[in-house]
Design a protein around this ligand. Structure first.
Ligand code: AMP
Length: 371
């Protein structure tokens, strides 16, 4: 059986009978292992509500259940950042916490959940995920209970959604791939301070794209003190580049996390010609394409002025006068040549990046509408 949601068609991947049977098996295993413990089940909203509900009906030991949500870190849901866990209003101290998820793919979200839960001093944290994408998983922690190993496909049903719909099905469905997907992947390019972040916010709203800012993701990794953050910090504090390997892994993970979106706006990547070549390889591998590059052209003195102004109100450690000089020097040497790379491929669109934010956005829109 197939179902259609908006522009996409899906076919059954796991029947509801199979799901129910597997949920019963997991519940039985939990009944043996967790009986007698002080258990709190934590269902991560929205996706896991069906799994949590069916599982809860089948367990026989005493357990509380609570529902938590992942809130976007900066109140901007489309940045693709790992999110903050909200809604914990009971003590988890010395409890056996069972995190219930619908799906674990790259593992980034679950890693962040585990890290945040640690602060509540539970006795132990156990993970139960109905679905697990082995191929996409990039982490090394253990998932204690897995319902089904899944290939790296876009899935809906039984709590999982496409753009908010499809959660109601009792089965799990996978996306039927058509011809090459028409996705608008756009590169927003410019020197530090050229307004990429500001314009990205408008673009994602109007064109329904996912914002993929390597700078934002790296800064968040530093704030949350992840391994990636610890490594990136030493380079970023000086205004230097984070090694390609780290940045490319991060881009690949984000692309996988967002299968099924209408496209990405890349901000701060690619920053070198080598990164541009690697991006081409990655796009080919994933059967995606780049619609074009929009470059914001701003004179160097104005860039410096803007960054120094931001330094007064913002909290970026790399906005000091010396580091700003360093970032602009590296931009001229290593990043500016990336424009040439896309020019040779007829993908470069340069627009004047000084002036009113609204006027610049109008110019960007004109180009976006041709993609
Ligand atoms: P941004 O927010 O784009 O100005 O990036 C801030 C800092 O993050 C840069 O100065 C680099 O240290 C690091 N960074 C961001 N994107 C990349 C990238 N594509 N390659 C290497 N380092 C990056």
């Amino acid at each position: 059986m197939t179902v259609k949601i908006k522009d996409k068609k899906f076919k059954v991947a796991i029947s509801s009978e199979k799901i129910q049977k597997r949920v019963s098996e997991i519940a039985q295993e939990m009944n043996q292992k967790l009986a007698g413990k002080d258990v709190v089940l934590i269902s991560i909203l929205n996706g896991s509500f069906m799994f949590a509900s069916d599982l809860m009906k089948k367990i026989t030991f005493d357990a509380k259940i609570t529902f938590l949500k992942l809130a976007s870190y900066d109140a901007d849901a489309s940045t693709g950042k790992v999110k903050r866990l909200i809604g914990i209003n009971e003590s988890l101290k010395d409890k056996t916490v069972v995190v219930i998820e619908d799906i674990v793919d790259t593992g980034i979200t679950m890693e962040s959940i585990l890290w945040q839960l640690k602060g509540y001093q539970p006795k132990e944290v156990i993970i139960a995920s109905l679905l697990f994408k082995k191929e996409a998983f990039k982490k090394d922690y253990k998932i204690d209970y897995i319902g089904f190993d899944m290939p790296n496909e876009f899935l809906i049903g039984y709590g999982l959604d496409y753009d908010g719909y499809g959660r109601n099905y009792g089965e799990i469905y996978s996306l039927i791939l058509g011809e090459k997907k028409e996705i608008n992947n756009v590169l927003l390019f410019g020197a530090p301070g050229s307004g990429k972040g500001t314009q990205s916010k408008e673009i994602i709203k109007k064109y329904n794209l996912v914002h993929l800012s390597t700078g934002d993701i790296l800064r968040y990794a530093i704030e949350t003190n992840t391994k990636l953050g610890q490594e990136a910090k030493q380079y970023m504090d000086r205004g230097g580049f984070v090694p390609d390997k780290l940045v490319l892994d991060l881009i690949e993970q984000r692309l996988e996390m967002n299968i099924g979106t209408s496209g990405f706006i890349f901000d701060g990547f690619p920053r070198t010609v080598e990164q541009a070549k690697s991006l081409d390889d990655l796009m080919n591998k994933k059967n995606l394409n780049i619609s074009g590059m929009i470059a914001l052209d701003v004179e160097i003195p104005e860039l410096k002025q803007r960054l120094l102004k931001r330094a007064k109100t913002g909290n970026r450690v790399d906005d000091t006068p010396e580091i700003i000089e360093n970032r602009i020097r590296i931009y001229k040497e290593k990043t500016a040549p990336v424009m040439e790379y896309y020019k040779e491929r007829n993908k470069l669109h340069v627009i004047n990046g000084s002036g009113k934010i609204d006027d610049i956005f109008k110019e960007i829109s004109k180009i976006m509408d041709t993609f």
